[in-house]
Design a protein around this ligand. Structure first.
Ligand code: NAD
Length: 373
């Protein structure tokens, strides 16, 4: 029903732009549907991992112009049945974690979006690449840089694209600050502050298990401040320092960080000072300071609306469902080789992992650690 309604909305939105099609007096529905997407080839996506974020992406895909949910991969047969009904997914496009390599024989699927616990991303993306499908992977792309590099190499070898779900890279207020910084409107930027955190609930969830999460708050939420520092300052860091604090060693076991404060140093002399935590709410704020002005986003990375201001006034970019824009943009990246303002490719995901590795090393040694991006 939803799918049909969206299809009809798409038709009405584009009907006037439809070209005259010679010899197609009576169009069959699939042809017509193809033609309805006037903005380019449609990316046909299967989602792997039908959890909370997978469901959010599935909903967002319903409003896409260039991307479409056509398949699902899950270990739970009842979830696959539900998704077949809810999103009109044919049974032949449904797989489980044992048999999804067979997706290579499925010509109706272009890409697989991996939305499972962090530690599973590496193997799953490599299997997707070996099946000849483009891989879109949630953040963190993997649990360390070594794994990230293996994923980049596997996708390159298979000649498929690897993209990471960095939805903020397409967010209008974020992009406006990047534009202002590039245009020199902030002057010389010397400082960024990133605060990323929330109070995590259920102590039994995979996010608090090192073997599935690869760490704690840093992998999950601190990565937003790392990534944000890089796209806000517009450089790659050359060193990191970091300090960990833990108030609840029962909930946050060995290797699962509760709170880490970290600093990143950039070649221009700019510094980022950031906080990653699973123990405090209301921490989702970016602040960028230059000698001619400043920019603030608060909230900076939630599902929106993203709000903020600069020395020139309030930011007024429109709120759009991040995942809808992301998936339409990813279709353009995959099919048209479009270059986004801030990259969302595997190398971008790998850079954040190299910094996370260095932060963990800095916590362990208490030393300043050099980063080579
Ligand atoms: P979730 O727990 O809601 O869903 C995870 C899914 O993976 C579930 O359906 C679960 O059944 C499945 N799964 C498969 N194998 C599993 C295993 N061995 N153990 C546990 N679950 C298994 O988690 P989520 O919030 O959807 O997060 C999934 C991924 O998406 C994570 O990498 C997370 O960082 C990322 N994420 C990104 C954003 C974003 O804004 N970009 C937001 C939330 C989550």
């Amino acid at each position: 029903m939803t799918s049909r309604r969206n299809f009809l909305q798409k038709i009405s939105a584009t009907a006037f732009a439809l070209p005259f099609l010679p010899g197609t007096g009576s169009l069959t529905l699939p042809d017509f549907e193809e033609q309805a997407y006037q903005q380019g080839k449609v990316l046909r996506v299967a989602i792997m991992g039908l959890g909370s974020y997978g469901t959010r992406v599935a909903e967002a895909l319903q409003a896409c112009k260039r991307a479409k949910l056509v398949g699902a991969i899950s270990g739970t047969p009842s979830k696959l049945k539900d998704w077949q009904t809810k999103y009109n997914i044919p049974a032949k496009n449904c797989y489980n974690y044992e048999n999804f390599d067979q997706i290579k024989n499925n010509r109706d699927i272009d890409a697989v979006y991996v939305i499972t616990p962090n530690a599973l991303h590496r193997d799953q993306v490599i299997r997707v690449a070996k099946a000849g499908k483009h891989a879109i992977c949630e953040k963190p792309m993997a649990i360390n840089a070594k794994e990230g590099q293996e994923m980049v190499d596997a996708c390159r070898q298979a000649n498929v694209k690897l993209l990471v779900g960095y939805r903020l890279h397409f967010e209008p207020n974020t992009l406006e600050i990047i534009r202002m910084r590039k245009a020199g409107e902030l002057g010389k930027v010397l400082f960024f502050q990133g605060l990323s955190g929330f109070r995590i609930g259920d102590p039994n969830q995979w996010r608090l298990k090192k073997e599935l999460a690869g760490g704690g708050s840093m992998m999950d939420i601190g990565i937003y401040s790392i990534n944000g520092a890089r796209y806000m300052i517009g450089e790659e860091p050359t060193w990191v320092t970091a300090q960990e604090t833990k108030t609840d060693p029962v909930k946050f076991k060995e290797g699962v960080d509760e709170t880490i404060q970290f600093q990143l140093g950039f070649p221009s002399g700019a510094v980022a000072s950031c906080l990653s935590t699973y123990s405090m709410n209301n921490l989702d704020r970016f602040f960028l300071n230059g000698d001619k002005g400043y920019a603030e986003l608060f909230p900076a990375t939630g599902y929106g609306p993203i709000k903020g201001r600069t020395h020139k006034g309030e930011l007024t970019g429109p709120h759009t469902t991040h995942q809808t824009v992301q998936m339409d943009e990813m279709a353009a990246i995959i099919f048209d080789n479009k270059q986004p303002v801030v990259p969302v490719d595997g190398l971008e995901g790998l850079k954040d992992l190299k910094i996370i590795d260095a932060i963990f090393q800095a916590v362990k040694t208490g030393r300043k650690v050099d980063v080579k991006i």
